[in-house]
Design a protein around this ligand. Structure first.
Ligand code: PEP
Length: 253
């Protein structure tokens, strides 16, 4: 059976390692009774090695939330993908809207993706439009963003890339709207087609799409019936009660 991937993006939370350990062990407990779900926890990178030390089994792996676009050298405060990998990360989130807002344009995102893949990490590339227009210009925006970010990245890396569709209008505390299952299905097929065409692959199954944007147990039922391969969860991944309910619904599909 194909497993649904749930990526927990903790962002800059929690403020202590002690609480991080508690959230991690709660997540482990919630997952223990479930089949069909795999979780990637993306904590602040300073917690990676310690949480990795506490992990066992194959249902949980770790991811980083960003990296620098250079491997090593005189870059004060920066962290390279290879350092994140040796600290326990298997995945890395890149192109998150919060980092794009902070200056990561498509060229920088592309450099980071190349370096992360070369370093052995699987990339979760976040893409998404700011707003939707009636004429469907957002499809064009999405296609360009994906193709620019993946410029020069060969087919041999396709298995190491997941696209997380995160429309800005649906993510975070300021979310204006909730995505419908119909909207999600349409855009999932669109993104899969962009990748199938770019890489000339035969099957939609060869490309993996996640959805992120106010994902919660309250709206997951319908979204989980679409062709997405998993979810990227922000706020609700930090609450034991909400995250365990969410995993339970996904695990029951
Ligand atoms: C995010 O910012 O990546 C995200 C998915 O957040 P939330 O689930 O809180 O909307």
């Amino acid at each position: 059976m194909k497993k649904t991937l749930v990526v927990a993006n903790w962002k800059m939370n929690p403020t202590t390692l002690r609480v991080a350990k508690t959230i991690f062990s709660d997540t482990k407990k919630s997952l223990s009774k479930l089949n069909g779900v795999e979780v990637v926890i993306c904590p602040p990178s300073v917690y990676l090695s310690e949480l990795k030390r506490l992990s066992s089994g194959n249902k949980i792996s770790f991811g980083a939330q960003n990296c620098f676009n250079q491997e090593k050298g005189p870059w004060t405060g920066e962290i390279s993908p290879v350092m994140l990998m040796t600290s326990g990360a298997k995945f890395i989130i890149l192109g998150h809207s919060e980092n794009r807002r902070g200056g990561d344009n498509d060229e920088i995102v592309n450099q980071k993706i190349k370096l992360a893949l070369k370093s052995g990490l699987d990339v979760i590339l976040c893409v998404g439009e700011k707003e939707r227009d009636e004429d469907g210009h957002y499809f064009r925006f999405l296609k360009k963003q994906i193709l620019d970010d993946l410029e020069g990245i060969g087919k041999n890396y396709l298995k190491n890339i997941l696209i997380a569709y995160e429309p800005l209008w649906a993510i975070g505390v300021g979310a204006e709207k909730v995505i419908t299952d119909k909207q999600l299905q349409e855009v999932t097929i669109f993104i899969k087609k962009v990748l199938v065409d770019k890489y000339n692959v035969k099957d939609f199954k060869d490309v993996r799409i996640l959805y992120g944007g106010s994902v919660s147990y309250k709206i997951i039922d319908d979204l989980a019936e679409t062709d997405v391969d998993g979810f990227l969860v922000g706020r609700d991944s930090l609450s034991q009660e909400k995250f365990s309910k969410l995993l339970k619904v996904i695990g029951s599909k």
